[in-house]
Design a protein around this ligand. Structure first.
Ligand code: CA
Length: 232
């Protein structure tokens, strides 16, 4: 779970950042509107938290740019006391929720979970292939209703494969996306993890979901939807 936080008041910003990180989310923290705009429009996030009044671009301008770019990432705006017009404008621009200052970090966490639940109704946070499903928010994995425990790395790898069904992913792509390596570490790291994943997800009597393409990479097979996902 990756969150973009744009807030110019350092005290609030670092409090929120710490709170989110304690929950296991990774946070990109921008302290002005221009760097916030750059992050929002060039990187991909699972949720965006925007203060309205910022040096440089305002939170509402960032929100507008996101929605104009067809980016439907859940957005929560945080507003100062007396900025009720900003709240209304924010909701009109497509914010999912707003939170007036001052607020407790717990409250923001609750709102984030709520927007996530709503967006997961739209299948944004639930990946599923055949009888295998993975929830990006709760990080729960199950096959035919049977819960499967995963380490964080195993989960990241599984989510990466499931996001691109029927597409061949090379070891290089996997190392970059899952481990952040932009070089070949010269180990069989990927293969070792794939083996572990298979041992966990391929229950007896169920179809094998990860296909090996010798010398190339791996592919998550979605037999029910044989065409590769659009834009994946
Ligand atoms: Ca501010």
């Amino acid at each position: 779970m990756k969150i973009l936080l744009v807030e110019d008041e350092t005290e609030i910003g670092s409090l929120v950042k710490d709170g989110l990180e304690k929950e296991g989310w990774s946070v990109d923290y921008c302290e002005d509107g221009d760097s916030g705009m750059t992050c929002a429009t060039t990187k991909s996030y699972d949720a965006v938290v925007l203060d309205v009044m910022l040096p440089g671009r305002s939170g509402l301008e960032i929100l507008k740019a996101l929605r104009e770019g067809q980016n439907n990432v859940p957005v929560i705006i945080i507003t100062a006391r007396g900025e009720s017009e900003d709240r209304i404008e924010g909701l009109n621009l497509g914010a999912d929720d707003y939170l007036p200052k001052p607020f407790f970090v717990e409250e923001l966490l609750a709102r984030l979970r709520a927007v996530w639940r709503r967006s997961s109704d739209g299948n944004m946070s639930l990946l599923s292939i055949g009888s295998l499903s993975a929830n990006l928010m709760s990080r729960e994995v199950s096959r035919s209703g049977q819960k499967i425990d995963m380490t964080p790395k195993e989960f990241s790898l599984l989510a990466f494969l499931m996001r691109s069904p029927n597409r061949v992913l090379t070891r290089t792509q996997i190392l970059e996306q899952v481990w952040g390596y932009h070089f070949d570490p010269g180990t069989n790291l990927v293969d070792v993890y794939i083996r572990r994943l298979r041992a966990k997800i391929d229950l007896e009597g169920e179809a094998e979901l990860i296909e090996t393409l010798r010398g190339v990479g791996y592919r998550m097979v979605d037999a029910e939807n044989p065409r590769p996902a659009e834009g994946a």
